[in-house]
Design a protein around this ligand. Sequence first.
Ligand code: DQA
Length: 148
Amino acid sequence: AHFLLLNGPNLNLLGTREPGVYGQDSLAVIESRLADTACAAGHTLACFQSNSEAELIERIHAARDENVACALFNPAAFTHTSVALRDALLAAELAFIEVHLSNTAKREPFRHHSYFADIAVGTITGFGARGYAMALDAAMAGFAETAR
Ligand code: DQA
């Protein structure tokens, strides 16, 4: 199957950005590791990161024609603000697993609400970069299909 890894704002700085909170791995390392895992299991993974809400929306629209079985999405700060991204996912009928490196429930109250959690297949939060691998594992196991 084909999967899509989507990362939102400031995640291009992973590895150098508050490493105590977000870990040491760069996004490039996370992306290549995940693509390798998908490939070894006979799947494909496309990766996209943007700091722009508009670009993320356009990327989600484009996914309509790509036969994406499941997206793995860390909306970053847009998690707590973006009705527009939520609507894009619904419009594109794109099944996705929500991923956060940090445990947002342990952090500031403004990080406790997600505009995505109730429409996600599931959410993985607080396990650092390993969370992406956990999400890919669930996606490859077909959780997006059973959730439909
Ligand atoms: C994040 C959590 C968000 O609250 C924050 O704005 C991020 C990253 C995470 O992966 O832990 O940028 O999504």
